[in-house]
Design a protein around this ligand. Structure first.
Ligand SMILES: Cc1ncc(COP(=O)(O)O)c(C=O)c1O
Length: 422
């Protein structure tokens, strides 16, 4: 009989032999507490099962793609139906036009859509479209904001060239003065301002955009002819049934989408306003799988559910219950526990926890109680979660805070987070 974690351990060893670093990218467990599973075998609704068959209530939702629940019946049925009929062909199917029409009908700033596979494809296309439209070079980006893993934006620049990031000027999110200074530095060569819809950087408290910052970004673009790009890859449709900045009345020229738009099936999108349409038509972007019809069919069904179901209100209500319940339990146990970001996209950090030793120990205690949380990245609620799931998570949290109270004095430094102290 396999011992607990035995399949996991065996796969980690086999991976170390044939996969560089044992795993690449954001799904590597190198940066989460020891004991977090890296390999999974099954998922349903709000739960994932690791390769040893242990189930977890999953607050990562695949790092964002899971909006309506893993294996959602009508989304998967649409996918399978389309796949059996036609998927990767010599030309696109009608699903492409239908999906573009659906997006244009839902996202108020958008007059057109183009589809690709990953968020990075969409943000890179946005950058190229903005430069093609303006004939200019400079981009303004908020320091620390994540826009993907291409050489121009990867957070780990090993193997990239300084020239890959030439013409980038950084500002501080929500700091209007720094935005003004960046615009002044760009002068008459400003092609675009990239904006995350909320500050959802890793390792730090999340922030809503201030109206002053968002409006100033719009104003600079209006005054200079530069392009305002909202990168909604992570937060799109989690805050609104429209572009996220529609909630504060600021419309971008371009927006980028991915992750949950087909509930996990591979497709991403660049949406734009009419004035960018000619530039978008003039760039050459493509990929062997970009026209796959099955993810488009899944996207159409996902967008229908977004329009016709109260998923947003449901995830906000459950998220608020989780936030209130966690605040109560953390304070009863005597911990300063910061919960930031929208309630349906929360991030948790402990006070006085520079190397995340409390955060790592609490997340481990939650994992041992069947709840998968993340100690430094924002999480997501999905529509498949129920009140019973939130009660389950809160019970696990209460036990985990109690455990942490006795364990905290004996906790040592977290070596893998030592860089945070540097
Ligand atoms: C805001 C944002 N932009 C772009 C990306 C890149 O998306 P992908 O990983 O699908 O390339 C991500 C992924 O996490 C993201 O959160």
């Amino acid at each position: 009989m396999p011992t607990p974690n035995s399949q996991q351990r065996a796969l980690l060893e086999r991976a170390a032999a044939v996969i560089p670093g044992g795993m690449w990218g954001h799904q590597s467990v190198a940066m989460v507490p020891d004991g977090y599973p890296q390999f999974f075998e099954r998922a349903e609704g709000a739960r994932i099962w690791d390769v040893d068959g242990t189930p977890y209530l999953d607050f990562m939702c695949g790092y964002g793609p899971n909006l309506f629940g893993y294996g959602h019946p009508s989304i998967n049925a649409a996918y399978v139906r389309q796949m059996e009929q036609a998927d990767t062909l010599t030309g696109p199917t009608a699903r492409l036009v239908e999906l573009a029409e659906a997006f244009v009908g839902m996202v108020s700033h958008a007059d057109w859509a183009m589809f690709c596979k990953n968020g990075t494809d969409a943000t890179s296309m946005a950058m190229v479209t903005a430069r093609a439209h303006t004939g200019r070079q400079k981009l303004i980006l908020a320091r620390g904001a994540y826009h993907g893993a291409a050489p121009w934006c990867t957070p780990r620049p090993s193997g990239t060239l300084p020239s890959d990031r030439a013409h980038q000027i950084h500002c501080t999110y929500n700091d209007v003065e720094s935005l003004n200074a960046a615009a002044a530095e760009a002068g008459d060569d400003l092609a675009a301002i990239f904006a995350a819809p909320i500050k959802h950087d890793a390792f730090i408290d999340q922030e809503a955009p201030t109206l002053a910052y968002a409006r100033r970004a719009r104003e600079i673009c209006d005054q200079t002819g530069a392009v305002l790009i909202v990168d909604d890859v992570r937060a799109g449709f989690r805050l609104a049934r429209d572009c996220s900045w529609s909630t504060i009345g600021v419309q971008p020229d371009l927006s980028t989408w991915g992750k949950c738009i087909a509930n996990g099936h591979p497709i991403s999108a660049l949406l734009g306003a009419d004035k960018l349409k000619a530039a978008a038509a003039g760039i050459y972007v493509t990929g062997s799988y970009w026209y796959q019809a099955a993810p488009m069919a899944a996207g159409l069904e996902t967008l229908r559910l977004i329009r016709e179901t109260p998923y947003l209100e449901h995830t906000v209500r459950l998220g608020q219950r989780l936030r209130d319940g966690l605040a109560e339990r953390a304070s009863a146990a005597g911990f300063g526990f910061r919960q930031t970001g929208p309630v349906q996209m929360p991030l948790f950090l402990f006070d006085d926890d520079k190397d995340l030793r409390l955060g790592f120990a609490w997340a481990t205690a939650m994992l041992e109680r069947g709840v998968y949380t993340h100690p430094w990245h924002n999480m997501f609620l999905c529509n498949a979660m129920t009140d019973e799931d939130i009660t389950f998570a809160l019970d696990a949290a209460e036990a985990s805070f109690t455990h942490l109270k006795s364990a905290a004095p004996g906790l040592g430094p977290v070596a893998k987070m030592a860089f945070l102290l540097a």
